[in-house]
Design a protein around this ligand. Structure first.
Ligand SMILES: *Cc1c(COP(=O)(O)O)cnc(C)c1O
Length: 490
């Protein structure tokens, strides 16, 4: 199978090449030329398999140039990393929660970032790469740690993560600063997330830097969610959840389901859309946003307008005004010429309007809802008290939007709500939903949440409590490139 750019570049690349390259030279995102089809027999066979087996069967449809996917999937979704079941489905109230946070960093990014680094490592071998890869990441929290865990101790790869000194939670900071592995580096920068992000982008765009890195034996690569290597493993858990619903007797094989996804960069919900394009019977997509409700407006009006205030919320991984993976949906619905024009307008005016036909196609499948801070807290409290189900702030946004969808449409199709983080990752905010404030550091909130809910603290968070920082460097934005070069030459 070959991959092409959403903006029409002529290149046709294999999966290994695409995973190495990340973004297309014309600025577009890579998509498979043709989306593979699965039928009922395929899904039926998957119903009898465990998650690793399901992952192998689905991923070999997309990464057909890989010879050892079975080994990669076994390693990526091992019991040591994810426990017995990497993506369990739990019924609570009227819906089913697909829990994607049983990995090493307790957030759903692990589902992709335990897989993609191994796929990159293999791609370097398959393409006889003379250079090693240097992964650069700017993070506002979750992605940095998940990437560090995924890439640590892999051959021919180094990873360096930048985070804003005062822009991440204490737990997130300690998670990164205590990272183990001999090919990793973590550096705080003075500034906010935008400074970290624009600093990394500047390094990627710097031709002189690339030449120096090349001399040191490296090419630069990104762990960003626009890489196809992150999207493909996300398709797996939708098909897997469908199998689990069949096995639990909740639906008959072939029956429709709806999905509701807490959305930021549009990667997770787009993976669900790919599953539908493959043949999985997903009827409606509920796109759940927090107060940064740019996608709600887009789905309702066809106008994407980022000229609006940016809010910091208790679901920070969804505090996003540019949902990069939306480009892939536009490409499938409207072709590369129009997509290129939309992205040009977004870049120049911060705004674009899709054609009425495209908007109609989106409205047939997608429903946009959003949830404010009060309703986020109320939803956490309600599910815990009524259903003994504890969820984090991001998941609560989705649970609320799923209710809104049902109330508006009276559609009672079985609903899968995607749960993207452990409640302990956002302990202080989850705790405040119960009207409790924790005094002291973030671990005080973790302990107080455990005391109040009796929910088990995930092992990676418990382990963190005794750890000390290994990386303590703080630099100015202008010195980021120098830090990377020092790391590559070390
Ligand atoms: C990244 C993230 C999201 C948003 O996922 P997208 O693929 O960017 O839409 C939601 N919840 C959590 C906890 C996340 O880390």
């Amino acid at each position: 199978m070959f991959y092409t750019s959403t903006r029409g570049e002529n290149d046709k690349l294999t999966a290994a090449q695409v995973i190495k390259k990340g973004i297309a030279s014309d600025g577009g995102l890579y998509m498979p030329e043709k989306i593979p089809h699965i039928d009922e027999d395929f899904i039926k066979a998957l119903c009898a398999m465990d998650y690793t087996g399901r992952a192998e069967k689905v991923l070999e449809l997309f990464l057909d140039d890989y010879k050892n996917l079975a080994d990669i999937c076994k390693k990526a979704y091992s019991t040591a990393s994810f426990g017995e079941n990497p993506a369990p489905v739990k019924a609570a109230g009227e819906v089913n929660f697909l829990e994607l946070w049983h990995g090493p960093t307790c957030a759903f990014k692990d589902m992709a970032l335990q897989f993609m680094p191994l796929a990159l490592s293999e791609a370097l071998k398959m393409t006889n790469s003379e250079k090693d890869a240097c992964i650069l990441v700017a993070t506002s929290g979750d992605t940095g740690k998940a990437a560090l865990e995924g890439y640590k101790n892999l051959d021919k790869i180094k990873i360096m993560v930048f985070y804003p000194c005062d822009g991440v939670s204490k737990i997130q900071k300690l998670q990164m600063a205590s990272q183990e592995g001999d090919n990793v580096n973590v550096c705080a920068i003075r500034g906010n997330f935008d400074d970290a992000q624009s600093g990394v982008k500047k390094i990627f765009a710097d031709k002189d830097f690339a030449a120096d890195a090349d001399k040191a034996g490296y090419f630069l690569s990104s762990a960003n969610s626009i890489n196809w290597g992150r999207l493909a493993p996300q398709v797996v858990y939708y098909i897997s959840a469908y199998c689990d619903l069949v096995n639990a007797g909740k639906i008959k094989l072939g029956a429709p389901i709806n999905v509701c996804v807490p959305t930021g960069n549009f990667g997770n919900i787009f993976a669900a859309y790919i599953a539908r394009e493959m043949g999985l019977n997903i009827q409606k997509f509920v796109c759940a946003s927090n107060k940064n409700n740019i996608l709600t407006d887009f789905i309702n009006t066809g106008v994407y307008d980022r000229n609006r205030p940016f809010y910091q919320t208790s679901s920070p991984s969804m505090d996003i005004l540019i949902s990069s993976n939306l480009e892939r949906l536009l490409y499938l619905l409207d072709g590369c010429e129009n997509t290129t024009a939309y992205m040009k307008a977004l870049n120049e005016d911060g705004k674009y309007t899709v054609s009425p036909e495209t908007h109609a196609k989106i409205e047939r499948l997608f429903y946009g809802f959003y949830c404010d801070e009060d309703n986020t807290r109320a939803t956490i409290k309600k599910y815990f008290e009524n259903n003994a189900y504890l969820m984090d702030t991001h998941t609560a946004v989705a649970a609320y939007c799923a209710e809104q969808y049902r109330a508006k449409t009276c559609d009672n199709t079985e609903m899968l709500v995607v749960s993207t983080a452990s409640p302990y990752k956002f302990s202080a905010d989850v705790l405040s939903s119960f009207g409790i404030a924790a005094d002291g550091d973030e671990f005080a909130a973790v302990r107080a949440l455990e005391q109040h809910t009796k929910a088990p603290i995930p092992a990676p968070i418990a382990a963190l409590m005794g750890k000390t920082a290994r990386f303590t460097t703080i630099v100015d934005k202008k010195d980021m490139a120098g830090e990377v070069m020092k790391f590559l030459e070390a």
